[in-house]
Ligand binder design. Structure first.
Ligand code: ATP
Length: 354
């Protein structure tokens, strides 16, 4: 096991006019599981491949377990990688596939057999060792790819969208399995995904990336609850965080068109300013004596809740109502946002004000 220390990594691909990673720094603690998440093209894969040694940075450094590996080729770094495509060999049985990396390292046959058996047990593949990949389900193939990566006992495990080939249900099942397996192994892991739910579920910490930089990093719940910028709140969560233009009145309340909401005390320092309110759909209460009038646009039952799309002062909001809530398009409903659930952003820069 080992800490990963990434310092100021810059990478510009040949012919590109922008940096794929723009001075990214990140420390992953020994045994920690960090998820890199962000929209397509934000530089997640590039960062991971530089840690693996599959891509060279223009500048910056990478240390693993206190040792500078920046110039080292991939095979001399003690890392193991799982790719988006299963990258398992169709002509080899599961047993041989899992043991492949060990065989490449000239590991004695008896030791390979023992370690393959152990990895197969962890991934519940013992009964499939003599099958070919074509005789396996997608989820089982994915487990073979993971088994092959963990069997070599690398200090660092790197995973690039390893679940993206699975259908939604399998993906959900395997996500939990993967979490259990990696927790049990305790290997330092960096995991890339563009799926925010996967990032929230798996990471000890999530790093939300944007345009080659880490916009925010922290425990998933903290990042979800207190996005440091509008982009992060809009990326994490389904539905994304709502943003509503408001003006802070002289008495420290919030004016939304002609309507008013109380704010937390410290907002008074922004009196007279236009701001952007951030609020999660599940933190908005609906019905009763709510202070805001909203017009219902769309009603979507999700089973566990009812998702409403409403308009307040011409702005669209997503509201999560209890499953038993009944309304219909064009009805007027009353909403309320408890002051402690409100977040405040600069309308120009999108950065958090508090
Ligand atoms: P995705 O989720 O789509 O895989 P990503 O966040 O992993 O995206 P990267 O693959 O790291 O993003 O790409 C970052 C930027 O670098 C993108 O603009 C991409 O087009 C560019 N890029 C990636 N690989 C290469 C390459 N081999 N040559 C040139 N440009 C590249």
């Amino acid at each position: 096991m080992a800490e990963i220390e990434i310092r100021d990594l810059v990478k510009t691909y040949a012919g590109a006019s922008y940096r794929a990673t723009d001075a990214v720094s990140l420390t992953v603690a020994d045994g920690e599981f960090v998820v890199l998440v962000g929209p397509s093209g934000c530089g997640k894969t590039t960062l991971l491949r530089m840690v693996a040694g599959l891509e060279q940075p223009d500048s910056g450094s990478i240390a693993i377990g206190g040792k500078d590996v920046t110039g080292l080729p991939a095979r001399h770094r003690n890392v193991s990688m799982v790719f988006q495509s299963y990258a398992i060999f169709p002509h080899m049985k599961v047993r041989t596939n899992i043991g492949f990396g060990l065989a490449m390292r000239n590991t004695p046959k008896a030791e390979i057999a023992e370690r393959v058996a152990r990895a197969a047990e962890v991934l519940e593949l013992t009964d499939y060792l003599d099958r070919y990949p074509a005789q396996l389900s997608g989820g089982q193939r994915q487990r073979v790819a993971v088994a092959r990566a963990i069997v070599v006992d690398a200090e660092v495990l790197l995973m690039d969208e390893p679940l993206s080939n699975l259908d939604a249900l399998l993906r959900l099942q395997f996500r939990a399995e993967l979490k259990r397996i990696v927790a049990r192994l305790g290997t330092t892991t960096v995991y890339v995904t563009h799926d925010q739910a996967e990032a929230m579920s798996l990471g000890d910490r999530v790093a939300v990336m944007r345009s080659g930089r880490i916009a925010q990093i922290g425990p998933p719940v903290d990042v979800y609850d207190r996005p440091s910028e509008r982009f992060v709140g809009g990326f994490l969560g389904a539905p994304p965080m709502n943003f509503l233009p408001a003006t802070v009145a002289d008495d420290g309340t919030l004016a939304i068109g002609a309507q008013t909401l109380p704010a937390s005390d410290h907002v008074a320092s922004f009196a007279g300013r236009d701001i952007l309110l951030g609020v999660r759909a599940e933190n908005i209460t609906v019905g009763g004596e709510g202070r805001l009038a909203a017009t219902v646009d769309v009603v979507e039952p999700t089973g566990a809740a009812v998702l409403l799309t409403v308009r307040v002062d011409g702005h669209e909001l997503k509201v999560q109502a209890p499953a038993t809530f009944r309304t219909e398009p064009d009805s007027v409903v009353r909403l309320d946002c408890p002051p402690e659930s409100l977040r405040y952003y600069d309308p120009e820069t999108g950065t958090a004000l508090l």
